[in-house]
Design a binder for this molecule. Structure first.
Ligand code: CU
Length: 280
């Protein structure tokens, strides 16, 4: 699903509130925008290489904790916790489940010291136009920060002996729907078989180098609903074209250098294959 800015949420809420007014004469009074926000965000003693619990909840515009999240067979459910190192050299992706009161308490391990961007992609159970939105935090993991230069575009990436190879050099444009064809092969050269993981055959998570803009698309099996990502009026859904072959949708709001993390589960391994993409 696409990135919805907090300002857009505030506008939607303002429209919804205005829509409730039925008295005349018409009168517009704009108070402080009330939006969804991240509440109770805490971490005990941040350190690299050690599992630690993050606590948070999502607060609704009313001030109450959000407890009802979208459900269903596809990937667009619940809450997606994505943590990326600021140089895009490391990523963590989880779908934590809320406790009864709306509290989340996932356990994560930061691989190295450095600055990390936390993205919480929220799919609330709501009727109406708001499908999902993102909330953000920065975390600094103490120690000697790792900040590696972004590798250049490479057409093939090896992950734990599995090979992810792009066919051709992609020509990508912002705002338009683009597709990448990826061939994934096992260490013995056979075509990989994808096991659904977090509701999708593959996740494509995009971060823009520098600004860390975020977008997320999916590849789903044929029968799965709730797999389409939206940016403005453009919609995109990835597909598996044949065994081991993924057609990954790329739909990005602006040009620049982007890092794509393709994630899938093969033979019981969750694999993360990073690619550098230049988008005009
Ligand atoms: Cu995903």
């Amino acid at each position: 699903m696409g990135a919805v800015r907090p300002a857009a949420i505030a506008v939607l809420l303002a429209v919804a509130l205005a829509g409730c007014s039925s008295s005349s004469p018409p009168q517009i009074s704009i108070g402080a925008a009330r939006t969804y926000r991240l509440a109770g965000f805490s971490l005990s003693r941040v350190a690299a290489g050690r599992p630690q619990r993050i606590m948070f909840r999502i607060e609704q515009p009313s001030g109450a904790s959000l407890t009802r999240y979208r459900t269903g067979p596809g990937p667009h459910t619940g809450v997606h916790l994505i943590i990326v190192r600021s140089d895009l050299g490391a990523i963590i992706h989880q779908h934590p489940k809320p406790h009864a009161g709306g509290e989340f308490s996932p356990v994560v391990t930061f691989p190295t010291p450095g600055r990390y961007r936390v993205v919480i992609d929220v799919y609330p159970q709501l009727s109406g136009p708001l499908r999902n939105f993102q909330l953000f935090r920065w975390i600094t993991v103490p120690g000697r920060a790792v900040h590696a230069p972004l590798p250049p575009f490479r057409p093939a990436v090896m992950v734990d002996g599995y090979r992810f190879a792009l066919s051709g050099r992609p020509k990508l444009h912002s705002v338009q729907a683009n597709f990448l064809t990826l061939h994934v092969t096992r260490p013995d050269g056979s075509a990989a078989t994808f096991t659904p993981w977090f509701g999708a055959l593959a996740h494509a998570i995009f971060f823009r180098s520098g600004s860390l803009d975020y977008f997320h698309t999916h590849v789903c099996s044929a029968r799965t609903s709730g797999c389409t990502s939206v940016l403005g009026a453009t919609r995109i859904t990835g597909t598996q074209t044949r065994p081991g072959q993924l057609r990954v949708g790329v739909l990005l709001p602006i040009g620049g250098t982007w890092r794509l993390f393709v994630q899938c589960k093969v033979d019981g391994h969750v694999l993360t294959a990073p690619f550098t993409l230049n988008v005009r």
